[in-house]
Design a protein around this ligand. Sequence first.
Ligand code: IMP
Length: 426
Amino acid sequence: MSVNVIIGTQWGDEAKGKTIDILSAKSDAVIRAQGGNNAGHTVVADGVTYKLNLIPSGILHKGTLCMLGAGMVIDPRVLVTEMEKLSSYGITFENLKIDPRAHIVLPWHTELDRLSEAYRSKSNSSIGTTGRGIGPCYADKYERCGLRMYDLTHPDVFREKALATGELKNLFIEKVYGGKALDLEAIIAEYTDIGKKLLPYIDDVSVLAEKVIKDGKTLLLEGAQATLLDIDFGTYPYVTSSHPISAGVCNGAGVAPNVVDKVYGVAKAYTTRVGEGPFPTELFDETGDYIRNKGAEFGTTTGRPRRTGWFDAVIVRHAVRLNGITDLVIGKLDTLAGIDTLKICTSYRRSDGSIIDYFPSVLEELADCTPIYEEFCGFDDDITGCRTWEELPQVCKDYIMKLQGLIGTKVSMVGVGPDRLQQIEI
Ligand code: IMP
């Protein structure tokens, strides 16, 4: 029996999908615990590329129990479309379970996400959200007026709550933002239909997880987004609205933290972020473009080009502390091939000349920091065919060992390409 957690250590898009897929193959059950279709996982398996936004990639492994936890915000339209797409590849859903407590993203959430971002952009203060209604949905959850999966799958309850909340949301859309009111009856008709399709999958994920653990099986808790997008410990306000750290993932799954065995932290061999906000090691030159193009650094969900930069050990140490990471996974090492000199940020220098080795708690302090780098000889070798640690060129092994030393946590996997086979276990 083991319970493992997987977390992103940077600003998301660390190629977690592949590691989740590899660990899912060794797990009896997987729970996605927070976030919604702001996340996107790409998994390449047997030559087929699967793009998943809500459903854990464990669904690709027959027999794995795949659960959407109470901490998620689920856009039912997107979920049904994702299921239809997967069905066309012959994937079935007898092992899919959705917690009735999970909140649902409704059309007013996406509309308010769009309108508030447009409003903020007038004063150059947009967050750069994915526009998927995630923030407004979580805001309703904490305002205690959200609708949940239970409501969606019970038509009378849904109608009553959707009308009450929808009328208020229309007032906001019209009177505050000058937008166009949504047709609530059309929404109720469409979503009641979707609710009927999803009813068979509703079950208490926390209770199911307890059974998995008591039966001595292996459970994987999957975090979406990443540590620096955490609402408390990320680069607020340029963050998501949930807790993509290990404690938040336990919470969203309904699993007690003391049953967790391993926490896998995934980092890219460099750094990227989408949306607005500070990024100390960002590259604005041709090396940044090279990494973006070679690493296909364009959002799975939105298609936006990702900002690119050098590996930042300060950030990953911050993630290790917050998440209790036991195993690091360094992804996309192959992307760095062809760069003459590689840099790693080891600490930050403040304007008063002092040096800090921790990530500042607020943006105002981060803005005062410039990265201090160590330089490394790059490599030209195509490493995408390497399958063992021994096969990696010495310069790559040195780079990984340097990261391990700077972060102070064991690196247990290295990614050298998108396929699940292109992952070297150390
Ligand atoms: P939201 O989660 O759509 O509200 O977006 C808030 C911030 O989190 C924006 O900067 C997004 O680009 C970022 N974000 C949300 N989900 C992801 C993700 O899965 N990967 C990377 N960035 C994300």
